[in-house]
Write a new protein. Structure first.
Length: 95
């Protein structure tokens, strides 16, 4: 029996309330990618929430900005462009 195929995420982002947890979550994402639980081409990011308490909406916008920065650089742009987000499949998880 064939297993159903999941979404091929372009980016998986974990937003972290505390700065100390960012490297721990980043390592965990990378371990899961090495174990082939996450496809090798998926960009993995653990991002600290902005310092002011902006809530999950602000954390989401910050995560999208960071994703756009990384995807723009990966695509060879010298400036951040939202064009890279049009075809991207982005999963944002709030921790």
């Amino acid at each position: 029996m064939e297993q159903p195929k999941g979404v091929d995420w372009t980016v998986i982002i974990l937003t972290c309330q505390y700065k100390d947890s960012v490297p721990v979550f980043q390592r965990e994402l990378e371990v899961r990618q090495k174990r082939e639980q996450i496809p090798p081409g998926t960009l993995l990011l653990a991002v600290e929430d902005p310092e002011t308490r902006v809530g999950s909406g602000g954390a989401t916008l910050n995560a999208l900005l960071v994703a756009a920065e990384h995807l723009s650089a990966r695509a060879g742009f010298t400036v951040v462009t939202s064009d890279v987000l049009h075809s991207a499949q982005i999963l944002i998880l709030h921790m």
